[in-house]
Design a protein around this ligand. Structure first.
Ligand code: SF4
Ligand code: SF4
Length: 440
C-alpha cells in the first residue's frame, strides 16, 4: 500500500533529476580571483556603499550600510582590496552597483562579536544581531529575516514552519544541508522560535529525502520540534502550499501567513542564522547546487557571495557539450542568464546548465480547453483565462481573475499540451497591474 503523505491541492511531479548531486557532500569552493558583491543582495532598498576603491577590507567587514527599514548591510566575503565600485551584471537581469574585491588569499576575518552568548540574548537582541549579520531568506525570496520575524503584536505566530521541501528538480543544496548540518538547522530554528514565541515548530521535508528526514528527526527530537514528511510534489515548498500541507490552514487571497498565525523560514536561513549568531561572522556564503547535463560533474558547493558562476562551473570540471541555457535556480522557477559572469547572491540556490539537445522546443498551438492548467494550479486559478486576458492587454480582467495570486510556479505552462506560455503571460499581467498601482 502506498503511504499517504501530507500535501496540497494541485501541483505535479516533474522528473526529479537529483541523482547527480543528492549524494554528494558539500565541498568548499575555492576563492575566485575577483569577487563581485552587489549592494542589492535582498528585496528592499539596496545597501549604501561605505568603502572606496583602493581600500583594504577584512572578511566579514561591512562594505554596504543598510538604508531604511527593509534593508540589510552587505559584508566582504573575504579579505582583500576593493578595486572598484561600479555597475555589474546581476542575476536579476539588471546591471546593479557592486563592490569588486580582489582577494588577498589570507581570508583574514574582522573582529568577531558575541560568540556563544546566543542563549543570554533577548528576542530584541537576537533580532538586532540577525539584522546586523545581513541575514535574508535563502529560499529564494531574500526578504530581510529581521523584518519577517517581526510581525505586529496583534498577529502572534503560533506555528513556525521550517521549509526543507526543496521541490525544484535538480536542486539538492538544502537536502545536503539537512543531512550534514541538521544540528545547525535546529539551532537556527530555535533562535526563530525564541524571537517569535511560537509554540510549535514543524520541519516539512519531501518523502524523496529519507536521509535528510532521518538526520533532522534525530536533531529535532531533543529540541521539541516535529519533522513532517510531505508528498514529493511540485511546488511543495511554496509558502502557502507548505502551510496548508502542514497545518491544514489556508492563507486567504491577498493575506499573509502571519494573518493565520504561521511563519515560514527556509532551512538554509536557519543554518545561516545559527552560524552568524554563534560565530559573529555575517552572511558571506551559501550552499549552491551546480547541476544539469551541461556541466562535467554535478556538485553541492559552499560558495562565497560574489563568486562568478563561471568559477563554480570551472570547479565542477567545466562545460560539457553545447551549452544553450544557464539558469539560476531550478528548471521550473529559475531565471535564465545571459552568461556566466553574474555573481552568486543569497538567492542562488542552484546553477543549472542545459545543452541544446536538452531544450524541448514545442510549437505553440490553440487552447483545446483540456483544463489541465486549472487542475495543476496550486493557487486554484484559471491560468488559461488570465493568460488570454493578459495577451489581449485586458489587465483589469486579468486582475479580476486573481492574477496577483499567481506564485509563478510554472506548473500550468509545464503541463499545457498546446505549449502556451501561460506563466509568461501571467507574469506580464502582474507587472502591468503593479505598474498601474504605483501610478495611482
Ligand atoms: S497560474 Fe501561476 S500559480 Fe497557477 S500554475 Fe500557473 S504559474 Fe503556477
Ligand atoms: S492546459 Fe493549455 S490547452 Fe489545456 S486548458 Fe490550459 S491553456 Fe488550454
Amino acid at each position: 500500500m502506498t503511504k499517504k503523505y501530507k500535501t496540497f491541492r494541485g501541483g505535479l511531479h516533474p522528473p526529479e533529476n537529483k541523482a547527480g548531486s543528492a549524494h554528494k557532500p558539500i565541498e568548499d569552493c575555492p576563492l575566485p580571483a575577483e569577487l563581485v558583491i552587489p549592494l542589492s543582495l535582498h528585496v528592499g532598498v539596496p545597501a549604501e556603499v561605505c568603502v572606496a576603491p583602493g581600500e583594504q577590507v577584512l572578511k566579514g567587514q561591512m562594505i554596504g550600510r543598510a538604508r531604511g527599514l527593509v534593508s540589510v548591510p552587505v559584508h566582504a566575503s573575504t579579505s582583500g582590496e576593493v578595486i572598484a565600485v561600479e555597475p555589474r551584471p546581476h542575476p536579476s537581469g539588471k546591471v546593479l552597483e557592486a563592490v569588486v574585491l580582489r582577494p588577498d588569499g589570507a581570508d583574514t576575518p574582522c573582529d568577531r562579536v558575541g560568540e556563544d552568548q546566543v542563549h543570554d540574548w533577548s528576542a530584541t537582541e537576537l533580532l538586532e544581531r540577525i539584522r546586523e549579520a545581513g541575514i535574508v531568506g535563502l529560499g529564494g525570496a531574500t526578504f530581510p529575516a529581521h523584518i519577517k520575524l517581526s510581525p505586529p503584536p496583534q498577529k502572534p505566530i503560533d506555528v513556525l514552519i521550517i521549509n526543507g521541501a526543496e521541490c525544484e528538480p535538480y536542486l539538492t543544496a538544502d537536502h545536503r544541508l539537512m543531512v550534514e548540518q541538521a544540528e545547525q538547522v535546529v539551532r537556527g530554528s530555535d533562535i526563530f522560535r525564541r524571537v517569535l514565541g511560537a509554540k510549535r515548530v514543524c520541519v516539512g521535508i519531501e518523502s524523496n529525502k529519507p536521509d535528510a528526514i532521518q538526520a533532522m528527526r534525530r536533531a529535532c527530537t531533543a529540541a521539541g520540534m516535529e519533522v513532517v514528511v510531505l508528498a514529493t510534489k511540485y511546488p511543495q515548498g511554496a509558502e502557502k502550499q507548505l502551510i496548508f500541507a502542514l497545518t491544514g490552514r489556508e492563507v486567504p487571497r491577498g493575506a499573509l501567513p502571519m494573518d493565520i498565525g504561521a511563519l515560514v523560514q527556509n532551512v538554509g536561513t536557519a543554518a545561516a542564522t545559527a552560524e552568524a549568531l554563534s560565530s559573529g561572522m555575517p552572511l558571506i556564503e551559501r550552499v549552491v547546487t551546480v547541476a544539469g547535463p551541461g556541466v562535467a560533474e554535478a556538485k553541492n558547493l559552499r560558495v562565497r557571495i560574489g563568486t562568478p558562476l563561471a568559477h563554480l562551473v570551472d570547479y565542477c570540471g567545466g562545460i560539457r557539450g553545447n551549452l544553450a541555457k544557464v539558469l539560476v535556480g531550478g528548471p521550473m522557477m529559475g531565471a535564465a542568464q545571459l552568461g556566466l559572469d553574474v555573481p552568486v547572491v543569497p538567492a542562488t540556490s542552484g546553477v543549472l546548465l542545459l545543452r541544446e539537445e536538452d531544450l524541448v522546443l514545442r510549437p505553440e498551438g490553440p487552447c483545446i480547453r483540456c483544463g489541465r492548467c486549472v487542475q495543476v494550479c496550486p493557487s486554484r486559478l484559471c491560468p488559461t483565462t488570465i493568460a488570454a486576458y493578459a495577451r489581449l492587454g485586458r489587465m483589469d480582467e486579468a486582475k479580476d481573475y486573481n492574477a496577483m495570486d499567481c506564485i509563478e510556479c510554472g506548473s500550468c505552462s509545464y503541463t499545457c499540451p498546446s505549449a502556451i506560455p501561460l506563466v509568461q503571460s501571467i507574469r506580464h499581467a502582474k507587472a502591468s497591474i503593479l505598474a498601474q498601482r504605483k501610478k495611482h
